[in-house]
Design a protein. Structure first.
Length: 297
C-alpha cells in the first residue's frame, strides 16, 4: 500500500512538467515526421552494430537496449562494463601496475569489472576533458549547441572564438547520485555506472541531431556500446517523466586514452532537441529528483 501511494504521489509531483514535455513532443512529431523516421532507422543500424561488435557476457538475465527490456540468455547478451587491467584479479589504477606487468603487452593482461567507486571517479575525472574535446568535434560538424557560461541560452561552438572557455560543460556525476544508482539499480556493482563522465549536445532540429549521430557512428575513435532513442514514436515517456533525448554509451580509443589506460572507460553522451532543453530548469530538476527518489530509482 505504501509503495502504491508513493508511486501515485510521484506522478502528481511532475505532472505539469510531463504535460509540457508531451505538448512539445506532439509539435515535433507534426513538424518533423520524416526526420524522426530517418532517426529511428539510423538508431536501428547503430544498435545492430552494437550487438554485433561487442559480445561481452552479462551475469544477469535482462538488459536495457534502446526502448525496451529484452530478456536474454546470459550466454548471448551484449552489455557495456567498466573494466580495468589487472594481473592478479584485483582492480588497479594504471599507476599501480607493477614494472613486471608494464613489460607485458596490454592485450595479455586480463580485464575484470571495476568495483572501486574511488577508482571509477578518478578515471572519470581524467576522461571528462577528453570527452569534451571529442564532443566539440562532433557538434561542430552538426550545428550542435551548448549552454553558455552566462546561462543565457545555447550557443553553437563554431560561432565562438574560444569555445572551451565560453561553454558550460557538464560536470562529472555527483558522488551522492552515483552511490544511489549503484545501490538502487545495480545491486552495489560500481562497474555498471556508465555515466559518471558525461556530456550533452543540444540541437535545433531532428536533422541536426541525426547529423551528429552519423558523425559519432563514422568516428573511428568512438565505439558505441549502447543507444537509447527516447525520440522513438513508440517510446513510453512515462519512464522518464515526459523527458526525451538520445543517449549513447561510448568508449573512446585514441592516443590519449591508450596512454592513460582509459580506452575501456565508458562515457555517456546525450543528444537533446532544443525545445526539450529549454523546458529543463533547476526547479524542474528538483521535482524530477523527488519523483525519482519516491520511486527508489
Amino acid at each position: 500500500w505504501v509503495r502504491k501511494t508513493e508511486l501515485r504521489s510521484s506522478a502528481t509531483l511532475i505532472l505539469q512538467d510531463n504535460l509540457m514535455y508531451d505538448a512539445t513532443w506532439e509539435d515535433i512529431m507534426l513538424q518533423e515526421p520524416n526526420e524522426l523516421e530517418s532517426l529511428q532507422s539510423l538508431v536501428a543500424s547503430i544498435r545492430s552494430a552494437c550487438l554485433r561488435d561487442h559480445p561481452v557476457q552479462l551475469t544477469e538475465d535482462c538488459l536495457l537496449l534502446g526502448d525496451s527490456i529484452r530478456i536474454v540468455s546470459s550466454k548471448t547478451v551484449s552489455v557495456p562494463w567498466l573494466f580495468t587491467r589487472t594481473n592478479s584479479g584485483q582492480s588497479v589504477c594504471p599507476s599501480d601496475v607493477s614494472p613486471q606487468v608494464e613489460s607485458k603487452s596490454l592485450e595479455d593482461i586480463p580485464l575484470v569489472p571495476m568495483q572501486s567507486l574511488d577508482q571509477l571517479f578518478a578515471c572519470a575525472s581524467v576522461m571528462q576533458p577528453i570527452l569534451q574535446a571529442k564532443v566539440l568535434q562532433w557538434a561542430t560538424t552538426s550545428r550542435g549547441m551548448f549552454r553558455s557560461v552566462s546561462g543565457e541560452g545555447f550557443m553553437r561552438c563554431e560561432d565562438l572564438p574560444s569555445p572551451a572557455s565560453q561553454i558550460k560543460f557538464a560536470k562529472v556525476k555527483g558522488v551522492g547520485r552515483a552511490i544511489e544508482k549503484q545501490i538502487r539499480s545495480y545491486k552495489g556493482d560500481a562497474s555498471r555506472l556508465t555515466d559518471v563522465a558525461r556530456e550533452s549536445v543540444v540541437f535545433e532540429t531532428v536533422l541536426d541531431l541525426s547529423c551528429c549521430l552519423e558523425a559519432i557512428k563514422c568516428d573511428a575513435q568512438a565505439s558505441v556500446l549502447r543507444i537509447k532513442n527516447r525520440y522513438a514514436t513508440d517510446y513510453n515517456s512515462v519512464m522518464s517523466a515526459g523527458y526525451r533525448d538520445v543517449a549513447l554509451n561510448i568508449v573512446l580509443t585514441n592516443e590519449a586514452t591508450k596512454l592513460l589506460g582509459l580506452c575501456h572507460h565508458i562515457v555517456e553522451v546525450q543528444l537533446i532537441l532544443e525545445k526539450f532543453a529549454k523546458i529543463k530548469s533547476a526547479e524542474g530538476h528538483k521535482r524530477y529528483v523527488e519523483f525519482r527518489n519516491r520511486r527508489a530509482e
